[in-house]
Ligand binder design. Structure first.
Ligand SMILES: Nc1ncnc2c1ncn2[C@@H]1O[C@H](COP(=O)(O)OP(=O)(O)OP(=O)(O)O)[C@@H](O)[C@H]1O
Length: 305
């Protein structure tokens, strides 16, 4: 065991430097089932100690000070995924030991556990949790947007990475099951392995669909650990034919990156199948609007508060 067995650290960052969950109100007064709970330190908040609980409602951070408790919740509906990572080699003289303090937000660089660049001397497992929190619009209802927030939990109770990773994986599995609407059973379980089907029209709108996908959408799939098959449409009716003839059930859902016309093709391709009812029932469809009009996407856009 390391010198400081129960000390793990937690970090909260969002892209504008403010933790968005603060702005949210609790859902209701009902007690939530606690699946996992642990104490972490939050380095960006003067190393305060937080009790972190995973419930079906979300991730609850609770801090006690001067006899009163402050609670913040990152709601499950805003969490898109989480990944277990390791710290990246810094290339500095002298390496930190497992009990050294967590690097500051700007310093911590993480890599995949199979990366050649990982820092062997840091046996911690870092669980990165990605949330896109809805920031309410002003009074006129305009400008609602989601802001990216990451919550970092550092697991370092044990002397070897494999043991710390096992703890982090327990949280990861439970979070993923809750995202999928399942109750976590906390025993190793197969997480949804099916890939997402992406149909992208490079000619949509001003021709920026590829760029939008690579810059804005692909990083979110990586955060959610969702693998995908990207098919770039070659001509009109390519997408329609594709979904009409392929075994669509091999994919977990379809994301259309294009305009209303491409979306229309996908819906019609599915409706032309003999099993259309089952297909529409089983395959969720989403759209990343990249067309010139995007009227349909705007109409069906669903924003929850
Ligand atoms: N590679 C391609 N080359 C030419 N046309 C294509 C190609 N792929 C798809 N299409 C056709 O382009 C049509 C219009 O595309 P899409 O709806 O994506 O963009 P848009 O017309 O700019 O957007 P909107 O319909 O929102 O105005 C689709 O109906 C589709 O049939």
């Amino acid at each position: 065991m390391s010198e400081n067995p129960k000390i793990e650290k937690l970090r909260l960052d969002d892209d504008d430097g403010e933790f968005g969950a603060r702005q949210q109100k609790p859902d209701d007064g009902k007690p939530a089932t606690v699946y996992l709970a642990e104490t972490f330190y939050i380095t960006t908040k003067k190393n305060s100690q937080f009790e972190v609980k995973l419930t079906e409602r979300g991730i609850c951070l609770r801090k006690e000070s001067n006899g009163s408790a402050k609670e913040q919740v990152i709601y499950m509906k805003d969490i898109i995924g989480c990944r277990c990572l390791r710290s990246k080699r810094k290339g500095q003289v002298g390496s930190p030991c497992a009990c050294s303090s967590m690097p500051g937000p700007a310093q911590l660089k993480v890599v995949d556990e199979h990366s050649a660049d990982l820092d062997e001397s840091d046996v911690s497992a870092y669980l990165y949790i990605y949330a896109y929190i809805l920031k309410k619009a002003g009074r006129r209802g305009r400008g609602s947007r989601r802001e990216r927030t990451t919550l970092t939990l550092r697991f370092r109770s044990f002397d070897c990475y494999e043991d710390n990773n096992r703890e982090a994986q327990k949280w990861r599995t439970a979070i993923k099951q809750l995202i999928n609407g399942e109750s976590p059973d906390l025993s190793p379980k197969l997480i949804e392995q099916r890939r997402m089907l992406i149909l992208l029209n490079p000619k949509s709108g001003s021709g920026k669909a590829r760029e939008v996908f690579q810059q804005r959408v692909a990083p979110m799939f990586a955060e959610a650990e969702i693998a995908y098959d990207l098919h770039v449409t070659k001509r009109a009716f390519f997408a329609r034919e594709f979904v009409r003839t392929k075994d669509v059930y091999t994919w977990r859902g379809i994301v259309v990156v294009g305009g209303d016309g491409l979306f229309w093709e996908v819906i019609n391709g599915l409706l032309e199948r003999s099993d259309w009812q089952h297909a529409l029932d089983q395959i969720p469809i989403g759209i990343i609007p990249c067309g010139s009009g995007n009227g349909l996407a705007k109409t069906i856009a669903h924003v929850y508060g």
